[in-house]
Design a protein around this ligand. Structure first.
Ligand SMILES: NC(=O)c1ccc[n+]([C@@H]2O[C@H](COP(=O)([O-])OP(=O)(O)OC[C@H]3O[C@@H](n4cnc5c(N)ncnc54)[C@H](OP(=O)(O)O)[C@@H]3O)[C@@H](O)[C@H]2O)c1
Length: 327
């Protein structure tokens, strides 16, 4: 028997229950992995609340590190004893041990410890695809302005550092002065505390009235309208989350007068749909981390049995950087 976190109905953090489960042998294309640490992500909240509905009862968690215990038929890129990490469907990483598809599991370099491995995969691969694969017409060049909301969060602090390494001028928003300071220390060229200042005029001022080439928006409902107005002509609105609630329906007709702007809704799982691309993106992330260009900041650690508190703090905007569950 091993521990796993399960919900039997959608709702608040109190729905998260630690239960005993049995873990079988891996089938074809699967591995069994014993976790060392587990990553917490905002998507776990959407799945718990039912914003992203799940078939119930459901296990939670999309990110972890650990040691491969056994591999099923057809798995050639991993073997028992390998250090490994992943961002992967199906949910179920909030557990000591699990069986899962091998496709999105990669070997973790020796230079990266297990806590860092658990914290960085989903958030780091997201920063990777946003800054390198979710680009405006003509791409991004050194010196270009981008706007990144929730810049002091898990994905945010990674993106601040990576954007700086790419020579981009990242304008980061965050909900407090302390969070803004953190984003700045991690490479944001400019910061805006959007809980007390209107970010639209500030973005216009910083960019000399031109606007930014891309807005990376994971806040959703609260930032959507003004973010569209922060874009330069032909700019790209890259929506990738809804921490404040989903974006309401809109008419494409509004995009023309705003400067023939583009809108996309991105998800990591489209990018990592094949093992090859997943590995390529993970290699890029590992190189960014092992070179020191991107530091993975783990600001919160909770025991697996304290998972309810971890969710409460994440939703209450009390966290910064990455959060892990320890086993
Ligand atoms: N589509 C994808 O592929 C993908 C992949 C990974 C993550 N994401 C999204 O990216 C975002 C960041 O994920 P993360 O795990 O790193 O979380 P996080 O950024 O550490 O936490 C979310 C942050 O959103 C901000 N926020 C603004 N309004 C909020 C509200 N009403 N309630 C709660 N938070 C609010 C808060 O920062 P402030 O206090 O500074 O505003 C909060 O700390 C999430 O929206 C997540 O769903 C999407």
């Amino acid at each position: 028997m091993t521990r796993a976190v399960q919900i039997t109905q959608h709702g608040g953090p109190e729905q998260l229950q630690v239960v005993d489960v049995t873990v079988g042998a891996p089938g074809p294309g699967e591995i069994r992995i014993r976790h060392k640490a587990v990553g917490l992500n905002f998507i776990d909240v959407y799945q718990r609340t039912g914003l992203y509905p799940m078939q119930l009862p459901a296990k939670l968690g999309m990110e972890a590190s650990g040691i491969v215990e056994a591999v099923g038929e057809g798995v050639t890129h991993l073997k028992a004893g390998d250090r490994a990490a992943y961002a992967s469907n199906p949910p179920g990483s909030y557990s000591d041990e699990r069986v899962m598809p091998a496709r999105n599991v990669v070997k973790l370099p020796d230079a990266i410890d297990f806590d860092t491995g658990a914290a960085m995969m989903l958030k780091g691969l997201t920063a990777q695809y946003l800054l390198k694969r979710t680009l405006p017409q003509g791409g991004l060049k050194e010196g270009d302005f981008v706007l990144f909301h929730a810049a002091a969060g898990g994905v945010g602090l990674i993106a601040c550092q990576w954007a700086k390494a790419l020579g981009l001028q990242l304008i980061g928003t965050a909900g407090s002065d302390a969070k803004c300071q953190l984003a700045k220390e991690h490479g944001a060229a400019h910061v805006i505390n959007y809980s007390k200042e209107d970010f639209l005029p500030r973005v216009k001022e910083i960019t000399g009235g031109r606007g930014v080439k891309v807005v990376y928006d994971s806040v959703g409902k609260d930032t959507w309208d003004k973010s569209l107005d922060c874009l330069a002509p032909f700019g790209l609105m890259a929506s990738f989350g809804n921490a404040s609630g989903p974006v309401p329906p809109f008419s494409p007709g509004i995009l023309g007068p705003k400067g023939s702007i583009y809108v996309t809704r991105q998800t990591l799982f489209t990018h990592i749909a094949t093992r090859e691309v997943n590995q390529e993106m993970a290699d890029d992330l590992f190189a960014a981390v092992t070179s020191g260009k991107v530091k993975i900041r783990i600001d919160q650690r909770y025991k697996l049995e304290d998972v309810q508190q971890a969710h409460r703090d994440l939703e209450a905007r009390k966290t910064t950087g990455c959060t892990i569950l320890t086993l």
